[in-house]
Ligand binder design. Structure first.
Ligand code: UDP
Length: 368
């Protein structure tokens, strides 16, 4: 017998899995497909000899949204990992995010007042004007010296553009504190799912039909007229066959190595902020879960230019691309059999918790 699905969910990442789980719970028949051969999207973790390797870069779950936290905790127990990355420039190490530990190491200042005075003195011309770009915003927040040592090189590598040509909003993602607190996030809830993200998403997809290694086009070709509605979490421009042109992204390349030593860098995340080091960060995966194995696995993360054949990671939300996205969005608004959501479907730099909350909100609208 041919099954007719209420929802075809394209993409088995956090958005797709959240939607499919909730829709199934509300009595709808869902099929989740993914062109990759695995679930969990970019949060996918691979178990390599007991270490959960974040194959598409470090994913640390953090949120202020209690409903989202309660939701994900139904599928995994979260550990007590707190992200406290270290920035390395040459052989100097600084704590991130920018906080009293960073200021003490940089300038020898002891009190918040001394740190604020130092920053004030380095703000220069931008002190009274509204920052127009990332460079001005960063200097205004932390002064020129921290900007030059810890922000400029890292950001320009990451985005492939000058800080003076990037939007100020990117740097506002980072907390700035005048306390001795190295927690990278301000959110109330934080942790890594014990057993890995793949297992967590597997639990979300319990009772849901899943087909992997199949594209949306292929599925449609082989199975015409089998779905009532499509929830599409892939790239919106690809769906419309790039009819208005390609949306731009920044891509990443990961170089993963196994080392026969137990502890390579003493921290899960070390950022390399110098312009002449080609990678932005080195991840030591075992430290996300307090691993005690005799070996370790590290990944060097290299930002790369994006081409249509490469994996799209960060959307480039500048005015040109945003305008292009809006054209696609308008087109999408004209058909109600396909709904676009998630990072690629809405062309947005979404943290994992936002992906979950937006998917939960969508289910509430469609299946109240
Ligand atoms: N950033 C920086 N130096 C660092 C870490 C971050 O200048 O050592 C800036 C940089 O502009 C980056 C932004 O902060 O694009 C956001 O960093 P985040 O760690 O949130 O990026 P993600 O982990 O999402 O790639």
């Amino acid at each position: 017998m041919i099954i007719i699905y209420d929802y075809l969910v394209v993409g088995a990442g956090l958005t797709g899995a959240t939607f499919a789980h909730e829709a199934t719970r509300r009595g709808k028949k869902c099929l989740v497909t993914d062109k990759r051969k695995h679930i969990a999207g970019n949060a996918y973790t691979k178990d390599v000899d007991g270490i959960h390797v974040h194959e598409y870069g470090a994913h640390i779950f953090h949120t202020n949204n209690k409903a989202v936290w309660d939701f994900v905790n139904r599928f995994a127990v979260f550990n007590h990992y707190i992200n406290a990355p270290i920035a390395r420039i040459g052989d100097e190490l600084y704590n991130l995010p920018f906080n009293m530990n960073t200021f003490n190491k940089m300038w020898g200042v002891i009190t918040p007042r001394e740190a604020m005075e130092k920053i004030e003195a380095q703000r220069g011309v931008s002190a009274n004007s509204v920052p127009q770009n990332l460079e001005e915003q960063a200097i205004c927040l932390v002064g020129r010296e921290i900007y030059e040592k810890l922000i400029k090189g890292y950001t320009e590598k990451q985005w492939g553009r000058l800080c003076s040509e990037l939007p100020a909003s990117i740097i506002k993602r980072l907390p700035l504190r005048f306390t001795y607190n190295n927690n990278y996030f301000n959110d109330i809830y934080q942790g890594i799912p014990i057993g890995g993200y793949t297992q967590m998403v597997q639990n979300m997809l319990h009772g849901v039909d899943v087909q992997l290694g199949i594209s949306y086009e292929e599925y449609n070709k082989n199975n015409p007229n089998r779905v009532k509605k499509v929830i599409y979490t892939g790239a919106i421009d690809a769906f419309y066959d790039y009819c208005f042109g390609h949306l731009a992204y920044r891509s990443l390349r990961f170089d993963t190595t196994r080392l026969e030593e137990s502890n390579y860098q003493g921290n899960a995340v070390v950022n390399y902020t110098a312009a002449d080091v080609p990678y932005t960060r080195v991840i030591e995966h075992k430290h996300f879960e307090f691993g005690t194995q005799a070996h370790t696995i590290i990944t060097h993360e290299y930002p790369t230019a994006w081409t249509p054949k490469k994996e799209p990671y960060y959307p480039i939300n500048d005015s040109k691309n945003q305008a292009l996205y809006l054209k696609y969005k308008e087109l999408a608004g004209k058909q109600d059999s396909v709904i676009f959501c998630g990072r690629l479907g809405t062309y947005a730099y979404l943290d994992m918790d936002k992906a979950v909350s937006e998917a939960l909100a969508l289910v509430n609208v469609l299946i109240p």
